[in-house]
Ligand binder design. Structure first.
Ligand SMILES: [Zn+2]
Length: 159
């Protein structure tokens, strides 16, 4: 799966780039709210830290120059750690959280397979792709960014 799930680029949803990033961020937050996912993430981090700690002595034993091995560890392994972590998040059971986030933002997609449902007539009560019963969209949650904005606006007006 690509780093940005295909559904976010779907022209039917027509999501601007900024909103796609926000959706990904919030879906990742949802992903992290599940304890087993936190455990997985901690395991990955521990694995990479171990790898980075072991890489130095390994490079020494191979006779690689200290400066070069340090550059490789911090210049290659360290960024790879983040890319790998994100890749794992987006590939491990991430889509249900993404669909949930989309639904909270009033994009009617199937919570199970992500099929775009809002183009279908209301009478169509099942997802044509996976057969999941169609449910009404959840109440829109207040956008934390806009709330913050109104707070700063309010403080601006008092000064
Ligand atoms: Zn479906």
């Amino acid at each position: 799966m690509p780093l940005v799930p295909n559904i976010l680029k779907d022209p039917q949803l027509g999501l601007p780039k900024k909103e796609r990033a926000a959706i990904l961020k919030h879906a990742a937050n949802r992903w992290f709210s599940k304890p087993s996912n936190i455990v997985l993430y901690v395991c990955i981090t521990v694995f990479w830290c171990g790898l980075m700690l072991a890489a130095g002595p390994l490079a020494d034993s191979l006779g690689i120059h200290k400066a070069l091995s340090t550059a490789l560890i911090w210049g290659v392994l360290y960024p790879l750690m983040f890319i790998f972590s994100y890749w794992v998040i987006f590939n491990y059971n991430f889509l249900p959280f993404l669909y949930k986030e989309l639904r909270t933002r009033q994009h009617d997609v199937c919570p199970r397979c992500g099929y775009i449902l809002f183009t279908l007539p209301e009478s169509n009560q099942q997802c044509p792709e996976c057969g999941t019963q169609r449910e009404p969209l959840p109440d829109p949650k207040p956008e934390p960014d806009s709330k913050q904005q109104s707070v700063t606006q309010a403080s601006d007006s008092t000064t």
